[in-house]
Write a protein that binds this ligand. Structure first.
Ligand code: C2O
Ligand code: CU
Ligand code: CU
Length: 508
């Protein structure tokens, strides 16, 4: 049988048989025997769930809150010094119900870190999560390997550790931070641990009048009692998709602007597994930056696809009075089994554009900054993504593999040389899209291939995460400047946890 058919048939059989489900065994999952609310049609609390009670309704339309800034305790220029404590906290998503969450310094999303190119950063991490190791990974940032919060460097529950690194010239961009402990990343992130880290340029070509606002998308599933249900089998296969997409922790908040205003918005997909295809009604979007900072020139767009972990920097022009809404469009990223979320038509943000005109806005410059080409690659690597499902004596095992292998912390998958330009070819032979992420550096996508057709990306951009659609091959050029082991993985965090991750060891 064709592999795709085999997978679909195997999955249908599994989901049709509660006994098979009960026997299902997942490597690296400690609580699969206690899958709460797993049923034939989906899972507890989900939109599509057949549990009798739908998802809790969340209040909408509150004023958008800016993320709290992490205070710099250094008291001197050129140094950013602070403390981040991860630990249990409570949130009020619905009236009179406390939701136990995990938070950095008591807030989720975590505090916004704002530092400048050239700064030295010293952040002490205190892990106060009960009984679980954690780390802080600086997603997308050019930090030394031993400061990057790899799964090989866990911080034990109750322990502290200092992270220190410099932000090189040219590193301005929209990064983020989140835990990366072996086997626990997915859960710690959906419970609330993720924050934005914006590195500001010394000389920024984008007019300051546009402001600079982070919009961090997270995904929440809330049970009727206000708790966050644990991952189900469905979540493990597809990645966890919640019932509510939140912006800075709020559902469909409102932002007021004057007519004619332009706003600089940094959009972050900090969900575990939700693909966000986004459009703005009654407002014009211009892409000015990607994961790793500004493009060479602005590009007007009608929509954007933001796969898990990707970021985009936009300038949005609000020229028509009334409501300008940021909504989701349909995107089929390949869904295994029943319960595909209906994710089109969600309103994520409502901007109220007044009919009083804004003060005059300076124009966006035609050139933003040069992006240096990485040069001709001298090494090429091929990474093939597959999904497997196999019956064995004890039950069903699923695997998300790269080059036929599941992640092994003790294994180096590739050895690279610092300063050497490499071509990476990411081939998706699986039934789902997998957003590919590489640590330690930014890369440049050079082409996509699907059904024998090759296409070039519409513009040159610094990226650390790129969606590799099912059946697609993505080719990218990358160069690691610093030595040490670096992770690469699918950023659907459940897939990363089930094995779709590897290590490239960079030698001097
Ligand atoms: Cu955002 Cu290895 O992660
Ligand atoms: Cu990362
Ligand atoms: Cu994946």
């Amino acid at each position: 049988m064709h592999r795709r058919g085999f997978l679909a048939a195997g999955l249908a059989a599994v989901l049709a048989s509660p006994r098979a489900l009960a026997q299902m065994k997942m490597d690296g999952m400690s609580n699969m025997d206690s899958m709460p609310g797993m049923d034939m049609d989906g899972h507890a609390g989900h939109d599509m769930g057949a549990m009798g009670q739908g998802p809790a309704a969340l209040p909408e339309g509150e004023a958008l809150r800016e993320l709290p800034l992490l205070a710099n305790e250094a008291g001197q220029t050129g140094l950013f010094k602070a403390r981040l404590t991860a630990g249990p906290a409570t949130a009020r998503f619905v009236a009179d119900k406390d939701t136990p969450i995990l938070a950095y310094n008591g807030t989720s999303p975590g505090p916004l870190i704002e530092a400048h190119e050239g700064d030295r950063v010293e952040i002490t991490f205190a892990n106060r999560i009960e009984g679980e190791p954690s780390t802080i990974h600086w997603h997308g940032m050019p930090v030394p390997a031993d400061q990057d919060g790899n799964p090989m460097d866990p911080v034990a529950a109750g322990a502290d550790r200092a992270y220190a690194f410099e932000l090189p010239e040219g590193s301005a961009g929209s990064y983020w931070y989140h835990p990366h402990p072996h086997g626990k990343t997915a859960e710690q992130v959906y419970r609330g641990l993720a924050g934005a880290f914006v590195v500001k340029a010394k000389a920024d070509p984008v007019p300051a009048k546009y402001g600079d606002t982070v919009l961090m998308f997270t995904d929440l599933r809330l049970a009727a009692d206000g708790s966050m249900p644990a991952n189900t089998m469905n979540d493990v296969m597809n990645g966890r998709v919640g019932d509510h997409v939140l912006v800075n922790g709020q559902k469909n908040p409102r932002l007021a602007v004057a007519m004619g205003a332009k706003r600089r918005l940094r959009l972050y997909n900090a969900t575990n597994a939700r693909f966000l295809r986004l459009a703005f009604a009654n407002a014009a979007m211009t892409v000015i930056g990607s994961d790793g900072g500004l493009l060479e020139a602005p590009v007007a767009v009608d929509e954007i696809l933001l796969s898990p972990a990707e970021r985009v920097e936009l300038v949005v022009a609000f020229d028509k009075p009334g409501a300008a809404t940021l909504t989701t469009l349909d995107y089929d990223r390949g869904w295994m089994g029943p319960g595909r979320p209906a994710d089109a038509g969600l309103t994520l943000l409502t901007v109220d554009v007044s009919d009083t005109p804004a003060e005059a806005m300076p124009p966006l410059p035609e050139r933003l900054r040069p992006i240096a080409p990485l040069g001709a690659p001298t090494v090429s690597r091929r990474l093939v993504f597959t999904e497997t499902m196999a019956m064995n004596a004890t039950g069903m095992e699923m695997g998300f593999l790269i080059n036929g292998k599941a992640f092994d912390m003790g294994r180096v998958d590739f050895v690279a040389k610092a300063g050497q330009t490499e071509l990476w070819e990411i081939v998706n032979h699986a039934d789902m899209d997998h957003p590919f992420h590489l640590h330690g550096t930014q890369f440049q996508v050079i082409e996509h291939e699907r059904d024998g057709k090759i296409s070039k990306p519409p513009y040159l951009a610094w990226k650390d995460t790129v969606n590799v659609a099912r059946g697609e091959t993505v080719r990218l050029i990358t160069r690691q400047e610093r030595p040490g082991p670096r992770m690469y993985h699918c950023h659907i965090l459940e897939h990363e946890q089930l094995g779709m991750m590897g290590i490239v060891d960079v030698k001097v």
